[in-house]
Design a protein. Structure first.
Length: 159
C-alpha cells in the first residue's frame, strides 16, 4: 500500500477495526516509513489526550442552538472572477501597446506638420529653395528629396 492509503487506515488501526491483513500491512509499512510513523504517533497522542478529557455532557437542545447560531452568522460573499490576474496583466499590456502606438502616430503627425511648416517658410524666404521645391512638384519628386531635385536642376533641368 501507498502512504496515503496507510494514513487513511491509521485511525481505524488505532480503534482496532481493520482486518488482519490490513493490520499486518500497516505494521510492516510503519517499520519503514518515517512520515507514516509521525502521523501514527500524532493520532495516538491525540487519542490519549481525548481519553483524558472524558465524556462531555451537552444539553438536549445543543444541536438546535448550534444551527441557530450558524443561521445568524453572516458570511461575506467573495466573488471571484476566473483568470482575473491574467486579465489584469493583459489589460496592462494592451494599454501599454496602445500608448506606444498613439505616441508614434501623434509624433508622426506632429513631425510632418512641423516639416511642412518649415518647408513652406523656407520656400517663402529663399528663392533657390523655391525653385527647387517647384521643380520637384512639377516632376512628381517627393517633397523630402531636395538633394535629388538639386542634382536634376544642376544637370540641366532634366529629370
Amino acid at each position: 500500500m501507498k502512504c496515503f492509503q496507510i494514513q487513511r487506515l491509521l485511525s481505524n488501526y488505532l480503534d482496532k477495526s481493520v482486518s488482519e491483513q490490513e493490520r499486518i500491512t500497516i505494521e510492516e509499512h510503519l517499520k519503514t516509513c518515517a512520515d507514516c510513523q509521525r502521523e501514527f504517533e500524532m493520532l495516538h497522542r491525540l487519542g490519549e489526550t481525548l481519553d483524558l478529557v472524558g465524556d462531555i455532557q451537552v444539553s438536549s437542545d445543543f444541536g438546535s442552538q448550534v444551527l441557530n447560531e450558524i443561521g445568524k452568522t453572516k458570511v461575506p460573499v467573495k466573488l471571484s472572477v476566473p483568470f482575473y490576474p491574467q486579465l489584469q496583466r493583459w489589460a496592462f499590456t494592451g494599454a501599454a501597446i496602445a500608448i506606444v502606438l498613439l505616441t508614434v502616430l501623434f509624433g508622426n503627425y506632429v513631425g510632418r506638420t512641423i516639416y511642412k511648416e518649415f518647408t513652406e517658410r523656407t520656400v517663402a524666404q529663399e528663392p533657390i529653395h523655391t525653385s527647387i521645391y517647384k521643380y520637384g512638384l512639377c516632376f512628381g519628386i517627393p517633397d523630402s528629396s531636395f538633394s535629388v531635385m538639386y542634382l536634376h536642376l544642376r544637370n540641366g533641368g532634366a529629370p
